[in-house]
Design a protein around this ligand. Structure first.
Ligand code: MSP
Length: 646
């Protein structure tokens, strides 16, 4: 039987500086998806690499008095070390300076040139060296600077080769419109459609002002401009020129995972190049959001650039991976804070997961001398647990298959809590004391070991080392590397009669410094003696920390539709666009607004409020409003949908 193939890529990173936690975020997402597909039995090819050419790198090397290749060799070795530390399971690492890539880029240039889609012209334009991007006057920001990084652009004029991208504008627009999944999330898709509708210029694809690049095969004075060289990286390692069978198997790619600011290059320029080559287009471009640190964009000047190597050394790779995958909804921007990381480690890893494993292993050891006895018969509580386990596997499978990583991970943790609750519900320590209840005890122990077996497989894409540690502590007979998703799709894979292994702590609790420790749980209200419902509280006792506040995710959304909720004269049902999706919200503002007044308003939504059913409608968030006495006004702003409020 031939397995389904799955090809996923990350962007290739610029070796202009060390990688930071934002880069680690992108690669970790891709790794978890690749690992999930391997678990599902797919034949996976996972590619990452480095984008080494261009003027900026040449200038950096010159500043250090070394050759560009010496400069990139050093820094790319650091990239590879980081990916190893983070347990990234890439199948290949492409460096654009490699000979195998030069061959591919030059061959592609030749093919497109022979087709008549490349011509020589004169380039006059505004160039941003750090971003390696050309801009037109109209595209610059309000300060006349690069719209991506805000730095000054410089005017350049030189002979250059151009790719006739304009020829493919209609075809790419049609492709995007006909294939709703081609660009995800949908907000990015809309941006791209608008961008193309403004007209596509031909693309400058060569430069003569520096020489650190792949020479144009028909004109050695020129080097190929970095984006043409970079995008084609996705073809090199899968046998484009040298292994037809491999190429057929993996091309077109299933997902190019990229940051939101380079979706344009991947969903417009890259497909146009592929069309010129008569190659099929990738199935999906997924634009993830950006990671900010304690609410601010990372920058050297702010001194808030987070080094993933330091974090891994301090907390371990799995904890970092877990935090990145769990905290941030793919497609949206997310916040990194070390305190929030520590709180997740303590609550979710040390407490929920660690305790479940520890309690289970200890009880099997204490009550059954380490042996997992056969289960016979099921109580209603057992049936519930088993149904929840199977539902968790389904949620995990569907979520990961659909790139909904944080919802998949949340589903797994909901089941971990469920299994902890099962211990409290069944109270095995009481069963152990009653000779008549030994079979019941055996059943509970079996069900807990089986739950942990299932959990360990589901967490493998997120925390590969921890997953294997759990498997080994359970002492499951099958080699962990051979385990597949099919092994957990049915209940009962644990073999009765097996002996569990030694219990070892997975995640030690991290003690917070006194002034860091939140003295109450976020959201927990402190009541003062005098305080009554609705009364403004004592300011001191109601103080929250910045981290408490950061847990509330506020974002600008647009109201698309509004209608009354039947038989509820205060409520309106709103449909809003969050930029990543459409949601339904129930809001108690019916007495203050006509439905039509609300359409098009951009309001602030509490994004991460637990969904609640209100009069039969599931409300997914809450919009903010100011009120005093009988007056009420929703808080509306004139900022783009998706803007974060903090
Ligand atoms: N070399 C190009 C990509 C070429 S792909 C054919 C490039 N390199 S980069 O090093 O500047 O960025 C690589 C990726 O890192 C981008 O997808 C970018 O969005 C991502 N990130 C950079 N900073 C980030 C955060 N703060 N958060 C999340 N991702 C971030 O662009």
């Amino acid at each position: 039987m031939s397995n389904k193939s799955f090809y996923i890529t990350t962007p290739i990173y610029y070796p202009s500086a060390k990688l930071h936690i934002g880069h680690a975020y992108c690669t970790t997402i891709a790794d978890s998806v690749a690992r999930y597909h391997r678990l599902a039995g797919d034949d996976v090819f996972f590619l990452t690499g480095s984008d080494e050419h261009g003027q900026k790198i040449q200038e950096k090397a010159e500043a250090q008095g070394i050759k560009p290749i010496e400069y990139v060799d050093g820094i790319v070795a650091e990239f590879q070390k980081l990916w190893k530390m983070l347990n990234i399971s890439n199948d290949d690492f492409l460096r654009t300076s490699q000979k195998r890539h030069e061959r591919v880029v030059q061959e592609i240039f030749r093919r497109v040139y022979d087709k008549g889609d490349i011509y020589k012209g004169a380039y006059k334009g505004l160039y941003c060296t750090p971003c390696e991007s050309f801009w037109t006057e109209l595209q610059l920001d309000e300060n006349g600077c690069c719209p991506d990084c805000g730095r000054p652009v410089k005017e350049v004029a030189e002979e250059a080769y151009f790719f006739k991208m304009s020829r493919y504008a209609d075809r790419i627009l049609k492709h995007i419109e006909d294939n709703p999944d081609f660009i995800q999330p949908v907000s990015r898709r809309n941006e791209m459609i608008n961008f193309i509708k403004q007209g596509l210029d031909d693309l400058c694809i060569s430069r003569t002002s520096f020489d650190w690049g792949i020479p144009v095969p028909i004109d050695e004075k020129h080097v190929i401009y970095v984006w043409f060289d970079a995008l084609t990286n996705y073809l090199t390692p899968i046998g484009f020129l040298d292994d037809e069978e491999k190429f057929k198997k993996f091309w077109p790619a299933d997902v190019h995972l990229v940051g939101k600011e380079i979706v344009r290059f991947h969903s417009i320029i890259w497909p146009c190049i592929l069309m010129a080559l008569d190659l099929p287009l990738p199935k999906q471009i997924y634009g993830h959001g950006w990671l900010v640190v304690d609410g601010s964009k990372m920058s050297k000047s702010l001194g808030n650039v987070v080094d993933p190597v330091e974090l891994i050394n301090k907390y371990g790779a799995d904890a970092i991976r877990y935090f990145l995958l769990r905290e941030i909804n793919l497609g949206q921007d997310g916040n990194f804070s070390e305190l929030a990381l520590v709180q997740r480690i303590n609550a979710d890893l040390a407490n929920d997961l660690g305790n479940l494993l520890h309690r289970t292993l200890n009880m099997v050891k204490k009550f059954q001398q380490g042996e997992v006895l056969a289960a016979q018969g099921r109580s209603e509580i057992d049936e519930n647990l088993i149904a929840d386990a199977m539902a968790a596997v389904k949620t995990f499978d569907e979520g990961m298959g659909d790139m909904k990583i944080s919802s998949a991970i949340k589903g797994v943790w909901a089941f971990i809590s469920r299994a902890n609750k099962y211990i409290d519900e069944t109270a095995p320590w009481a069963l152990a004391k009653d000779p008549a209840k030994q079979q019941e005890l055996a059943n509970v122990m079996y069900n807990l070991v089986e739950s942990l077996r299932i959990i360990s497989v589901m967490i493998e894409p997120f925390m590969p080392t921890t997953a294997e540690k759990i498997w080994q502590q359970l002492n499951m007979p099958k080699a962990f590397a051979d385990v597949r998703l099919d092994d957990i799709k049915a209940w009962g894979g644990t073999t009765a009669g097996m002996h569990i292994g030694e219990a070892q702590q997975l995640f030690p609790r991290i003690e917070l410094e006194k002034d860091e420790a939140p003295d109450k749980k976020a959201g927990e209200k402190v009541k003062t003696g005098k305080q009554a419902k609705g009364e403004p509280g004592n300011i001191d006792s109601d103080e929250i920390t910045i981290e408490d506040f950061a847990r509330v995710k506020l974002q600008v959304v647009e109201i698309l539709a509004a209608e009354p909720v039947p038989k509820a004269d205060k409520l309106l049902k709103l449909k809003v666009n969050t930029g990543a999706e459409e949601r339904e919200i129930v809001s108690g503002i019916a007495k203050h607004y006509e439905c039509s007044e609300l359409i098009g308003k951009r309001v602030i939504l509490v994004m991460n409020l637990k969904p609640a059913r209100i009069r039969g409608v599931v409300s997914h968030g809450m919009i903010l409003a100011a009120s005093k006495g009988d007056a009420l006004e929703v808080v509306s702003v004139d900022m783009p949908v998706g803007s974060v409020v903090r």
